[in-house]
Ligand binder design. Structure first.
Ligand code: AMP
Ligand code: GLY
Length: 434
């Protein structure tokens, strides 16, 4: 079967790499792909008509969607009458990522563990009739004054824009001034009527849990952790992810049981109750707090950079796993993982996430072509590979222990170079607070 992977980052390179290992994958196209992926097709990821034209002309049987935008824009619905299978949730279900207010209402309705929240100007936004009825701990959300809420929380809150903002719509605040400034910035960016949430600030260790689902059953991948901030020690601005590792050592049997009972099962039950067409990946962004595990966010797709460690760690057949979500065999799929630990260090362009230069030649690729790396912001120009984005290369390594994997990954980072390259030196070594 021919397969099309939609997207252009490290996640999509990892997906295409893993799919290519399956005998049944005759050819894997990447739309539009990057300097490291093969069979690239230059198509806009939101131009569904063009994607369809290409897939029909090439007899593509399966589409895998990497980024959230095409899912939120309804790519699954667009292909509803087609024989081409699209892996992912439909537009209604994709609101679990596309609208943070929708997600919180869903969690509340189905008893999924999450932190307290207050919503503002949500009446124009939430599209699912059923979820309008949810009572939110007696908080009169529509009228409530945001400044008052901020003061009551003493500024210890998180302010979130309701819609998709590529990670830029979340403000984690510690003082009243910070929170009020965040509110001003939000209104400047999105207008006075901007729908947003104020959440209690949760403290603990973050964990990413990803599960494959057919809308009724699920299978969980290895637990992983992303490093979102730019600098060592989780300092500096948020980025698209500076690295990841898996599995996570603090994922005990007790924690696993708690997450299954209080997070995964109620969520899958909600998908079923709402009758969502959801054959895809559901990603739980979790905070392990002293008062239990709480969901920070849902994503409706594989995470980036988590995928770059999770897929190398997956031993069982990836394509079969995807198909099991369509043919009713997910429950019987035998999920197997490779031993050891996997670490991904992201090499970024100097200046990222602010302004940075593009078009810089990357050295070391030809000499080390057998090393496992996943390209992100790169492009091919004649026989050279140039930088073409903020996050450039994912350097992935395995080790028997987490320490070995970290050591191997950092040794490997020395094999690749481009001017002004920057990366975190503490991937896998976050201070586990619990
Ligand atoms: P989100 O896109 O909602 O996952 O938020 C992005 C990041 O902000 C998360 O990965 C956390 O690091 C942080 N964050 C989000 N919500 C909270 C919260 N309620 N308490 C503390 N940190 C949060
Ligand atoms: N790693 C976080 C995300 O994919 O959104």
């Amino acid at each position: 079967m021919k397969i099309a992977v939609i997207g252009s980052g490290g996640r999509e390179h990892a997906i295409a790499w893993k799919l290519s290992q399956s005998k049944k994958a005759e050819k894997v196209f990447v739309l539009p792909g990057n300097g490291g992926t093969e069979n690239n097709i230059q198509v806009n990821v939101n131009d569904f008509a063009e994607i369809r034209k290409f897939c029909e002309s090439e007899n593509v049987g399966l589409i895998l969607v990497g980024p959230e935008d095409p899912l939120a824009n309804g790519i699954v619905d667009f292909f509803k009458d087609s024989e081409i299978l699209v892996f992912g949730p439909d537009k209604a279900a994709a609101q679990l990522e596309g609208s943070k207010i929708f997600a919180k209402k869903f969690m509340k309705k189905y008893g999924v563990a999450t932190g307290k929240f207050w919503e503002f100007n949500c009446h124009k936004k939430v599209q699912n009739e059923n979820l309008q009825d949810v009572t939110l701990s007696g908080v009169e959300v529509q009228e409530r004054d945001a400044s008052k809420t901020i003061k009551q929380l003493n500024g210890n809150c998180v302010i979130k824009y309701d819609g998709l903002a590529a990670g830029k719509g979340v403000y984690v605040c510690s003082t009243i001034k910070e929170a009020e400034d965040a509110l001003i910035e939000l209104k400047e960016k999105y207008g006075e009527e901007v729908p947003f949430l104020i959440e209690e600030k949760l403290v603990g260790s973050e964990l990413s849990i990803l599960a494959f689902t057919d809308g009724e059953n699920y299978q969980v991948l290895l637990p992983s952790q992303d490093h979102k901030q730019l600098l060592d020690g989780d300092k500096g601005p948020n980025t698209g992810g500076m690295g990841a590792f898996c599995p996570v050592p603090f994922y005990t049997d007790d924690l696993k049981r708690q997450i299954e009972n209080e997070v995964i099962r109620p969520t899958i039950n909600g998908l079923k109750e709402e009758n969502f067409n959801y054959k895809g990946v559901i990603y739980f962004g979790l905070m392990i707090t002293e008062n239990g595990t709480k969901v920070l966010e849902y994503n409706v797709r594989l995470g980036d950079p988590e995928t770059e460690v999770i897929l190398p760690a997956l031993k069982s057949n990836f394509l079969k796993l995807i198909f099991s979500c369509f043919d009713g065999s997910l429950e019987d799929y035998k999920m197997e993982f490779n031993d050891g630990y996997f670490v991904d260090v992201v090499l970024t362009s100097g200046g990222y996430p602010k302004a940075y230069k593009k078009g810089i030649e990357i050295c070391g690729l030809k000499e080390n072509k057998d090393e496992l790396i996943f390209h992100a912001g790169t492009k091919k120009e004649e026989d050279k590979i140039l930088t073409n984005g903020g996050r450039v290369l994912n350097i992935v390594a395995r080790g028997e222990t987490l320490d070995n994997a970290i050591e191997n990954a950092y040794k490997k980072c020395n094999l690749f170079y481009f001017k002004d390259v920057f990366y975190r030196k503490d991937i896998g070594r976050r201070d586990f607070r619990i």
